[in-house]
Design a protein around this ligand. Structure first.
Ligand code: HEC
Length: 142
């Protein structure tokens, strides 16, 4: 009986200790990708539908800020791709977030109009902001 309890406790520890800050952040960013990607697919192909696009733009807005509250100092673990520059260049890090969140707001507004060229442009601004931040603050895949 004692042995079974011990095994059960160990199994519980193994499952609860797996998720760390790196993994949590990556999950939060994958939520971001989940709405961002289908918008890109729509704009590149022929399947653009205004109502669906608006839903994705709204969903993006709802999750866009979430990852950024999860960058406590000292949280580069063995899955994290975060670069130390996040903490050594806080002003630049903050500026990239602000740029991104503004671009997401703008896309949400533009999505409600009928100017597809403007929607493409504002989607591109968001995409450029993802890339700019990744270039400075995300390291290689581990
Ligand atoms: C202000 C900076 C910043 C912005 C803006 C940003 N990211 Fe990231 N992103 C990061 C950092 C840093 C990580 C690494 C987190 C970690 O591993 O601890 C990351 C991780 C990710 C991941 C997790 C998986 C992986 O390969 O690392 C995905 C997916 C992702 N970002 C997609 C996006 C998309 C899509 C956008 C734009 C719609 C975006 N990000 C905007 C900084 C940013």
């Amino acid at each position: 009986m004692k042995k079974i309890l011990l095994l059960a406790t160990l199994a519980l520890l193994a499952t609860t200790s797996q998720a760390g800050p790196g993994e949590d952040r990556q999950k939060a960013f994958k939520q971001v990708l989940r709405s961002f990607e289908p918008m890109g697919v729509m704009l590149r192909g022929s399947g653009y539908r205004k109502d669906v696009f608006i839903k994705h733009a709204d969903a993006l807005k709802a999750v866009a800020a979430a990852p950024f509250s999860q960058f406590k100092p000292g949280t580069i673990d063995d899955v994290s791709r975060a670069k130390p520059a996040i903490w050594s260049e806080p002003a630049k890090w903050k500026a990239e977030q602000d740029k991104f969140l503004l671009a997401v707001d703008q896309l949400q507004k533009t999505a409600r109009g009928d100017d597809l060229a403007a929607i493409r442009r504002d989607y591109g601004v968001v995409a450029a902001s993802c890339k700019a931040c990744h270039d400075s603050f995300r390291g290689p895949m581990r």
